[in-house]
Design a protein around this ligand. Structure first.
Ligand SMILES: Cc1cc2nc3c(=O)[nH]c(=O)nc-3n(C[C@H](O)[C@H](O)[C@H](O)COP(=O)(O)OP(=O)(O)OC[C@H]3O[C@@H](n4cnc5c(N)ncnc54)[C@H](O)[C@@H]3O)c2cc1C
Length: 815
């Protein structure tokens, strides 16, 4: 029996490729007091049977950086450790059998260039030159990424483990972790079958077991296993060696050449969840029963693309489980529920290509106490606590596997596990024709269909079926009045004698204001990056209402709670479910509201950025004069059980004022015209308020300063090297979504962070950062440029402005 130490600075649970990569990178950072515990043998979970594709292009720049790093790491790992990895940089080809798919690939190619990846757009003929057995008769085009590769997952994991061991990491196999120990909100170690191990940090890399492992410490790790299929053929005569990986997403298939055979795998639209009753404890180097009926249609589609498969014998039918998350993005970072408890799990079939980068940034995160750059896309704090619900996960997993190869349509909505979180007004909105979209399980009206029409998306990269409906909602808000259900907002109360002091330290703006004042502010990290973007209303001397977005509820509440010093007399409470929120927005909102309340709504009595409790109908609600659409308007915070009656009186009185129900697509269009930033797209923990053009919300001189002040002062002194600008395309037939490259005088200077069509301006709009080759960016430099935005590999002329295109002086908001 081996003996394991009773203490390690870091304990890693799980010896798949991810756990080994975290161990390797911790050691690289000089932290070798690391103990990796594997219940059986290294790679025995999912890693051993992976197909070994290593692609580089991901949906965002930072995830692409991580995948790029993985490729570079694997390329040199054998030289470094002496352990062969089987890594080969063969490149990859993705083919398109429809114009829409080709547009998607070309948009991806534009993004790839923007991220510094080598990429070529190919004709079908050129694709066949690189992949001679390819049937191209129905192809429209293809994209080639020469630096993509393939690797042997087992050998690569062993190389990472060897590198880690060489640097002092201890790896113990056949040791199962059975519990996580914690005290006072911090992890303190683990229990194992061989005794207790104390630790400062515990990392959950337990693959498909990770949800259960997290559950031991009440940490949500929402993932579920699904069956994943591939076959390996007998040797195929005439199959060239060193072929690029081939992906035919329209046929749900990928192809990898290895030693004269083809491995063919699938991401089918309806997957088979597995392990619903828990992952068996005995599972090691196991596979699941082949399901020939399930793969038969997939195989047929693959044969159409690579006809030689028709005559190739099949050597292996493989079916193995892999973990999937509700949004197809992996789970990384420190769990909001427990300090010192980190997670790296839920790799959605890209764990081999992600492991290098994910291991590196998680090691940095553990050692430095924060992520090295913006990792919000994969940050575990994006998850809502309910998402560990097994039934929800099982049903969602049916869809998530296939989404890897499905069309990544703009505004695409999940079809499974819907209707989980609903506002008190949901049924009323549904009856009025709402088409709902989902954020963290919350159903939100995105647009309203015409009477009698089905509220259903018809997706495309162009103007979708809701475009004109949403345009009408937009115009109603600009010209008359619109009503938004914004109940999904996250709402927190901070209360207690020290509330003002505690919040003053966190907020970059001054929140020591009279009760009734609303303050727009950011929360910054020690590096001056924006952790949160929210409004703070002083309800009383000792009480604040803090409002942020649904998507950041867990993250922001965790940040708030962790910012309260032990000795402070202040308590934070998440009151999101206690209030519905209606946004009554537009130039006629005051007139309409005046018919329902006796409160004095005049600008003198109730100016912009103030908040009052008012009578409304038979209820008492908090009305705040604040807007995300750039018009006169009120956010109404209504105790949930009053929401329906308040809604009913507003809607009934609204007819006389041209009131229209409006959805989130209209909201997005309106806010884009005003260049209001969106946290998670336009601003994040890597962006400072100075770069984002939010200096108006910094209280430079407030007593006691605030977290993040010092780096901001340095940046103010030195000048910013990148700057957020508003962008409008000169052509109205192209639409912007995100990540489109921005060119200035023929040079790549940035990319779009968010995009939407602006119906008042009649143009596709975007926000995006531009940089001037590492020197400070001045207003003159920005104004002097000629700009284009690259949309699907085509450059479209654009206007750029530091100020919003719509009502730059905010006269309409403050009236
Ligand atoms: C058929 C198939 C093909 C794939 N192809 C690719 C591909 O081409 N490219 C790609 O990038 N990805 C691919 N993947 C995905 C990839 O294999 C996974 O994402 C990756 O292996 C996940 O690694 P992991 O370390 O998170 O999990 P695992 O490899 O499952 O490691 C988790 C480990 O934790 C251990 N463990 C669990 N509980 C405990 C405990 N209580 N105590 C101690 N140890 C514990 C387990 O024994 C296991 O070894 C594929 C997956 C499948 C199923």
């Amino acid at each position: 029996m081996q003996s394991i130490p009773s203490h390690a600075r870091v304990v890693i649970i799980g010896g798949g490729i991810v756990g080994c990569s975290v161990a390797y990178h911790l050691a690289k950072r000089g932290c070798s007091d690391v103990l990796l515990l594997e219940r059986r043998r290294l790679t025995c979970g999912t890693t051993w049977h992976a197909a070994g594709l290593v692609g580089q292009l991901r949906a965002t720049q930072n995830l692409t950086r991580l995948a790029q790093y993985t490729t570079q790491l694997y390329e040199g790992l054998e030289r470094e450790t002496g352990q062969a990895t089987g890594f080969k940089q063969v490149g990859s080809i993705a083919v398109a059998a429809s114009e829409a798919r080709f547009e998607e690939l070309k948009r991806g190619a534009s993004m790839a260039r923007c991220f510094g990846l080598e990429v070529q757009i190919l004709s079908p003929g050129a694709a066949r030159e690189r992949w001679p057995l390819l049937a191209t008769d129905d192809l429209v085009g293809a994209v080639f990424l020469p630096k993509d590769g393939q690797t042997n997952p087992v050998d690569t994991t062993q190389a990472l483990a060897r590198g880690a061991r060489k640097a002092g990491v201890r790896i113990a196999e056949d040791v199962r972790v059975t519990a996580i120990r914690s005290a006072r909100g911090r992890v303190t170690g683990v229990a194992t079958e061989e005794g207790e191990v104390r630790a400062d940090v515990v990392v959950n890399c337990a693959g498909m077991w990770a949800r259960e492992v997290g559950g031991w410490a009440n940490v949500s790790v929402p993932l579920h296993a699904a069956e994943h299929f591939y076959i390996v053929t007998q040797p195929i005569a005439g199959l060239a060696s060193g072929l690029p990986i081939l992906r035919d997403a329209d046929a749900c298939s990928y192809f990898k050449e290895d030693t004269g055979k083809l491995l063919v795998g699938w991401f089918e639209p309806r997957a088979k969840p597995w392990g619903e009753g828990g992952i068996p404890e005995t599972f090691a180097f196991d596979q699941l029963p082949a399901d020939l009926g399930h793969i038969e249609p997939l195989f047929a589609a693959a044969m159409r693309r690579v006809p030689v498969l028709e005559s190739a014998g099949v050597q292996v039918f493989f079916n193995g489980p892999e973990s999937f998350t509700p949004d197809d993005r992996y789970l990384l970072g420190e769990a909001p529920e427990l300090r010192g408890m980190y997670v790296a799990a839920g790799f959605n079939s890209i764990g081999i290509q992600s492991a290098g980068g994910a291991g590196k940034v998680l090691a940095d995160w553990i050692i430095d106490g924060h992520p090295p750059f913006d990792l919000w896309d994969v940050d575990i704090r994006r998850c809502a606590p309910f998402q560990r619900n097994r039934r929800y996960l099982r049903d969602r997993t049916v869809e998530t596997l296939g989404l890897l190869y499905a069309m990544h349509w703009p505004f695409r909505q999940a079809e499974t596990s819907r209707g989980v979180r609903k506002s008190a007004l949901h049924d009323r909105l549904a009856a009025a024709g709402a088409c709902f979209g989902e954020v963290a399980g919350f159903e939100r009206a995105n647009w309203f269909a015409a009477a009698g029409a089905e509220p259903r998306y018809e997706y495309s990269y162009g103007r979708q079926n809701w475009f004109e409906r949403s345009a009408d909602e937009h115009r109603a808000v600009r010209e008359q009045v619109g009503l938004f259900d914004q109940s999904s907002f996250a709402k927190f109360v901070l209360q207690g004698r020290d509330a003002a002091t505690v919040l003053g330290r966190i907020c970059a703006n001054d929140v020591d204001v009279p009760p009734g004042k609303v303050v727009y502010t950011q929360w910054l990290n020690e590096r001056g990056g924006i952790e949160a973007d929210l409004t703070v209303t002083r309800e009383a001397e000792d009480a604040y209402l803090i409002v942020s977005s649904c998507a950041t509820q867990t993250r922001d509440f965790s940040w708030l709670c962790r910012s309260i010093p032990n000795e402070a007399r202040a308590v934070a409470l998440d009151v999101s479910s206690a209030y519905a929120v209606l946004g009554l927005m537009g130039p006629r909102s005051r007139e309409l509201l005046a018919t329902l309340t006796d409160a004095d709504l005049s600008t003198a009595a109730f100016p912009f950025a103030t908040s009052r409790i008012i009578d409304l109908g038979y209820a008492r609600v908090r009305a705040s004069r604040i807007t995300y659409v750039g018009e006169l308007g009120y956010e109404l915070y209504i105790p949930t059980e009053f929401a329906q009656s308040v809604y009913d009186v507003i809607v009934s009185a609204g007819a006389a004022f041209g009131l229209r129900l409006a959805g989130y697509h209209a909201l997005n269009s309106l806010r884009m015209e005003k260049a209001y930033r969106h946290w998670g797209h336009d601003i994040g923990d890597e962006d400072t308020p100075l770069e984002a053009g939010l200096q108006f919300a910094i209280a430079w001189n407030k007593p006691g300063g605030f977290v993040g002040l010092e780096p901001l002062m340095c940046q103010r002194e030195a000048g910013v090297r990148r700057r957020l600008v508003a962008i409008a395309l000169e052509r109205a037939d192209r639409l912007l979504y995100h990540n489109e490259p921005i060119w200035r005088n023929g040079e790549l200077v940035g990319r779009i962070s968010s995009g939407m069509f602006g119906h008042t301006l009649g143009a596709a709009l975007g926000l995006g950062y531009v940089a001037n080759s590492g020197v400070p960016v001045s207003a003159e430099w920005i104004a002097a440029g000629q700009y284009d935005v690259e949309v699907a590999a085509e450059r479209v002329p654009a206007r750029v402005s530091l100020r919003p295109f719509y009502d730059p002086a905010s006269a309409r908001v403050k009236c």
